[in-house]
Design a protein around this ligand. Structure first.
Ligand code: GLN
Ligand code: ZN
Length: 763
């Protein structure tokens, strides 16, 4: 009998109930009890939704972040937040958000406000966790009460509970030391706390505990491999059975290690790590459970159930009771319920599965394995019909696009001339001063802009009125920039709700859900567009706005586009072709836009690749393959222009050391990057590499409302000029300004322009 189980459920709620409950509480509009009740209601509902499973995850719910909850459970809190004597939940918010929560305000005098914990991406997902902080003196102390409370609640509801915890090695691996100590030195202090926790769970009659160790799908050096053995040998005396869960990729060289750890079961990602499975079965001691993640927990497509069964049936035969099946990872990374979607095209909808539908697929697979396929014949046939329709659909396959991709030749990604030859031609046409000033693209998305867009979407105003409102905003941005004396202007992106959605909405091959929200961090969610078919651009997307903006000024106006890699990385993408293939299609579509902009007389075109780094595979050995096609896609997009046209790109992160060769390989004339918080030190990577083209190192942090002073900007740029020749430097903020107010933007940019003038005068 195959066991079916789940690794985690999206806690935000099908209608983002958790988000609204949290935000109401933070604003002081509702009580802590109301918030807790909202959480309990969601847990109850989600456990009900999972009632068909043999084992249901408990402890996957969190009001903010499960990693932060783990830090609280292990008593590993940064010094600055200790000694808080308010409610535990408020303390969680204090660490997460940095500001004191509603009722914590009263503690402002005694135990004060604190800086927010640092956030970073959970492996290669778009979920952000609060980074655990360590020092050589870190000590741990168990507080299992929140987990036990959830467990008690689940039991009262008759749930077959399987508590879920973050494993000790992953917990250490994803944290940061604040001194230069070795995190592994903390393991001997950490393990007794885990052992104590497992004993407590055993005392609650828990049979299985899921212990997540996704770092097993990354490259581990010998110390960490060794630490795995130490840790799990120490934890094995516990009476609970451990299901060691790995996901997001292949175990590869960690297979032997994972198979032989002294745990009762192992979960592997059979979507990304299918090749692991057969060798693993050979390696796995015969008493161990093997849980196969056969349903993709990272995408929104229906599973090919018949194909999975074809593959699973012989394994089920071999493994018998020892075979479990589940989604590949927690369903945290997919939206909750496809049934909520009222506006999706029915055909496309018949190809999709969100969390609840994925659990249903799991049930069908489980029944087929237990009772034979005939027991679920209708479901399996329907699934086959839907998938066949998708495979054959002309909405998915566009022969013209495929032919264009097949015709891609290296020459498509090459500029006419190398940078040293084209740069003077650009300089002649643009006539920019030294230290030219510019911004990254967006200006404040004001309440009026949002109102106009909402009115337009709701049909309260027509297309002409909307267009007029956006034009008025563009004009305002242009006037402000002229008054400030900026050298290269932007139109301000008033018409864009989001830098990916805006393009997705205009490309064929994209669809949008109404409720396809996925938690990004805390109460924040994203709704990734769905790339379902071959991508083409039926008509120009930005040309009208940019040429209008250019018509208002003599100064050069930057055309503003989002690059193919970023569009890809921020979408749900196809599972029927490699990411690379979708990226190339996007590249060709955006290339057409680039050429149309050039044709319309736009002399500078910026192609943002904010998410290029995010796409890096978890294993370093796979970076090169990704970077090669990502860079090639960018080059195809950008490099069809004449020498005189200047290509900019923008990346808002601050780690370039390990990818600098690829960044240089993009061959953009100008790259603008986030640097202000690193005090220009990150330019060392560009300096050491002898980065050959122009750079605009961000001179102020747009995330902060603080106005940078002229002196500070001058100082930063002087540091930049120590590393990069002054004639190749631009002056700009770190990123777009859409989240700021005009009252912040104007003085900040005024200081930036004044700083540039001072630098020129001194040169
Ligand atoms: N051009 C975009 C903007 O200014 C870039 C945003 C980003 O890099 N995330 O908003
Ligand atoms: Zn940015």
């Amino acid at each position: 009998m195959t066991t079916i189980h789940n690794l985690g459920f999206p806690r935000i709620g099908a209608r983002r109930e958790l988000k609204f409950a949290l935000e109401a509480y933070w604003k002081g509009e509702s009580s802590r009890d109301a918030l807790k009740a909202a959480g309990a209601a969601l847990r109850q509902r989600h456990w009900n939704d999972q009632a068909g499973l043999d084992l249901v995850p408990v402890g996957d719910f969190s009001f903010y972040d499960q990693v932060l909850d783990t830090s609280f459970m292990l008593g590993n809190l940064p010094e600055r937040v200790r000694g808080f004597h308010g409610d535990a939940l408020d303390n969680v918010f204090r660490v997460a958000r940095g500001r004191s929560a509603q009722s914590a305000e009263t503690h402002a005098q005694c135990c004060g406000g604190v800086a927010a914990g640092e956030m970073t991406k959970w492996f290669d997902t778009n979920y952000h966790y609060i980074v655990p902080e360590f020092t050589r003196d870190s000590a741990f102390k168990l507080d299992a009460s929140p987990l036990l409370a959830q467990l008690a609640e689940a039991k009262a509801q008759g749930v077959r509970a399987k508590p879920v915890i973050v494993g000790p090695l992953t917990y250490l691996a994803i944290g940061k030391t604040k001194d230069d100590s070795d995190k592994l030195d903390l393991l001997p202090r950490l393990l007794p706390v885990y052992a104590e926790l497992l004993d407590i769970l055993a005392a609650q009659d828990v049979e299985w505990v899921q212990i997540d160790e996704p770092i097993l799908v990354t490259e581990l050096d010998a110390d960490w491999q060794h630490a795995f053995n130490t840790a799990y040998h120490q934890l094995k005396s516990s009476r609970v059975k451990l299901l060691l869960a790995t996901y997001f990729g292949q175990l590869a060289e960690n297979q032997y290690l994972a198979a032989n750890l002294p745990v009762a079961g192992l979960h592997v990602d059979a979507i990304n790590g299918r090749e692991d499975v057969l060798p693993l079965i050979g390696l796995l001691p015969s008493h161990k459970v093997l849980s196969l993640g056969v349903i993709n927990g990272r995408n929104i497509w229906k599973t090919d159930l018949n194909a999975v069964l074809e593959w699973l049936a012989p394994l089920a035969e071999r493994l018998g009771e020892r075979l479990w099946i589940a989604p590949s990872c927690s369903l945290l990374h997919v939206p909750v319920d496809l049934a909520s979607e009222q506006k999706l095209d029915p055909e496309l909808k018949s190809w999709l599965a969100f969390a609840l539908q994925k659990l249903d697929e799991l049930r069908v697979l489980g029944t087929a394995l237990r009772e034979g396929r005939d027991a679920v014949k209708a479901e399996l046939d329907a699934n086959r019909a839907d998938l066949d329709a998708r495979r054959a659909s002309p909405r998915v396959h566009n022969p013209k696009v495929q032919a264009a991709v097949a015709r891609i030749v290296p020459h498509l990604g090459m500029r006419e001339s190398a940078y040293p030859k084209r740069a003077p031609k650009q300089a002649e046409g643009l006539r920019l001063p030294a230290y030219p000033t510019t911004t990254i693209g967006s200006f404040p998305q004001t309440a009026e802009i949002r109102q106009a867009r909402a009115d337009y979407k709701a049909g309260r105003i027509g297309a002409a009125a909307y267009r007029a409102a956006m034009r008025a905003e563009i004009e305002r941005s242009v006037r402000e920039q002229e008054a400030l004396g900026l050298d290269v202007l932007v139109h301000g992106e008033a018409e864009r709700n989001d830098m990916v959605e805006y393009f997705g909405e205009q490309l064929d091959g994209y669809a949008f859900s109404q409720f396809g929200w996925v938690q990004s961090y805390g109460s924040r969610c994203v709704k990734p567009p769905i790339l379902f078919g071959d991508i083409s651009r039926p008509r120009p997307m930005t040309v009208e706005w940019i040429t209008y903006a250019q018509s208002l000024t003599e100064k050069p106006m930057k055309g503003m586009l989002t690059g193919p890699v970023t569009i890809l990385n921020w979408s749900f993408v196809r599972d029927d072709q490699p990411r690379e293939a979708s990226c190339k299609q996007l590249a060709l579509a955006i290339r057409e836009e680039v050429l149309d902009l050039e044709q319309a007389g736009v002399r500078i075109i910026q192609i943002d690749e904010a998410a290029l780094r995010e796409g890096l595979p978890l294993r370093k050995s796979q970076w090169k393959a990704y970077l090669d096609w990502a860079v090639e896609s960018f080059r195809i997009t950008a490099n069809g222009v004449r020498d005189e046209t200047q290509i900019h790109t923008h990346m808002c992160y601050s780690e370039f050391n390990d990818i600098i060769a690829s960044i240089a390989g993009m061959d953009a004339d100008v790259i603008t990057i986030e640097t202000s918080r690193s005090d220009m030190e990150l330019l060392d990577a560009f300096d050491d590499f002898k980065y050959p083209n122009e750079i605009g190192p961000g001179v102020y942090d747009i995330h902060s409302p603080n106005i940078p002073t002229q002196e500070h900007i001058v100082q930063l740029m002087r540091k930049a000029a120590e590393r990069i020749p002054a004639e190749r430097l631009w002056v700009n903020p770190d990123c777009g300004l859409k989240t700021r107010q005009w009252t912040e933007v104007i003085p900040a940019l005024a200081n930036m322009v004044a700083a540039a003038r001072k630098l020129r005068a001194a040169a």
